[in-house]
Design a protein around this ligand. Structure first.
Ligand code: C2E
Ligand code: CA
Ligand code: CA
Length: 319
């Protein structure tokens, strides 16, 4: 469905494309913003700053404050105003008895300064073609965090960053990420990218190319939410995966139902025999911890160990 495009005429200068040529938005044109995903042109209205305008043609979604059907689109606005934040949740290593990594989790602050959860905007950002830009901003913020804190000196060996399926299928992902790591002088070994099983099916060829290019630099990969999707163990065979993250729905029921118990046990056994690290997500209480303690699990993550927290709190507590 093509959304109605509302063009505001309040600009002081004409719209130009990336070459400086005057540019006119064609009503109901459809542009391919990234492979396989087409969006109707989003029109900037009310932009007081004409710097944004020149980017319209380059990529119609980038940097532009966006109005859809007359309503300002929140997350891109937040991107422009630097209201995107990254929270960090510590991950505990059973073997080393300390925190050895953290997961980066994106947040947006609304105009009132209240936090908006990714559950509310990731899907929308994906659907509207904003996730590439958002994902890049998250990646940048994490690189900045790593650079400014010398994490490894504090025993935090790497930070995990979530990738949307659409990012995985984006042909320039590896090139852009490698460029950003260079810019921030980040050791790629301090980055683990989390992909989901569905991403490993969708546009598999592009994903594998991206993975290969990033792995050549030293970036590693984790399979997120394991057990919720297709859970074909073939993914682990075919993909160069370093960490499997067992979805929190399993730990929720561990000790209560045989399936969850057996599943966690089985994945842990398999992973340990092929040299893949297992992380159990969503550990909330001691009894869950007791249950999984004797399984071959290396990494634990959940509210019991620490909630996702803003940088300052993470620094105070763990660095
Ligand atoms: P996820 O990747 O599975 O991340 C773990 C989620 O579980 C986080 O929710 C975290 O706060 C929550 N969690 C951690 N420990 C516990 C626990 O003990 N109990 C319970 N009930 N929950 C726990 P959050 O931060 O709201 O993120 C939700 C989802 O949004 C993430 O799920 C991920 O799929 C997505 N997301 C977050 N940040 C990003 C990002 O930068 N990019 C993309 N593409 N997706 C992201
Ligand atoms: Ca994750
Ligand atoms: Ca997860």
């Amino acid at each position: 469905d093509i959304e109605t495009v509302v063009l505001d005429h309040g600009f002081s200068s004409p719209l130009t494309d990336h070459t400086g040529e005057p540019f006119r938005l064609i009503e109901q044109a459809v542009m391919e913003t990234f492979p396989g995903v087409k969006t109707s042109p989003y029109v900037m209205t009310g932009a007081s700053d004409s710097r944004f305008l020149s980017r319209v043609c380059d990529n119609c979604i980038r940097f532009a404050p966006i109005y859809i059907n007359g309503q300002q689109y929140g997350s891109i606005h937040a991107l422009n105003e630097k209201r995107v934040e990254v929270f960090y949740q510590p991950i505990f290593s059973v073997k080393e008895k300390k925190f050895t990594s953290a997961e980066a989790l994106v947040r947006i602050r609304d105009e009132k300064g209240e936090l908006v959860s990714p559950a509310e905007f990731i899907e929308v950002a994906e659907a509207k073609g904003l996730i590439i830009r958002l994902g890049e901003e998250v990646f940048r913020l994490v690189c900045k965090f790593i650079k400014e804190n010398k994490l490894t000196e504090y025993g935090i060996e790497y930070v995990e960053i979530n990738l949307s399926m659409i990012q995985c299928a984006y042909e320039n992902l590896a090139t852009e990420f490698i460029q950003i790591m260079k810019e921030y002088e980040i050791d790629p070994k301090t980055i683990v990218l989390e992909i989901t099983e569905s991403a490993s099916i969708y546009e598999k060829k592009v994903l594998l190319q991206n993975m290969k290019a990033l792995m050549n630099e030293g970036v590693r990969f984790a399979l997120d939410d394991f057990g919720t999707g297709y859970s074909s163990l073939n993914h682990i065979r075919e993909m160069p995966i370093d960490v499997i993250k067992i979805d929190r729905c399993f730990v929720e029921h561990v000790g209560e139902d045989d399936f969850s118990d057996a599943f966690v046990r089985m994945v842990a056994e398999l992973a340990s025999s092929i040299g893949v690290t297992v992380c159990v997500e969503g550990v909330e209480n001691k009894s869950q911890l007791e249950m999984i303690r004797e399984m071959k699990i290396r990494l634990l993550q959940g509210y019991l160990f620490g909630r996702p927290m803003k940088i300052e709190d993470f620094e105070k507590k763990y660095l």
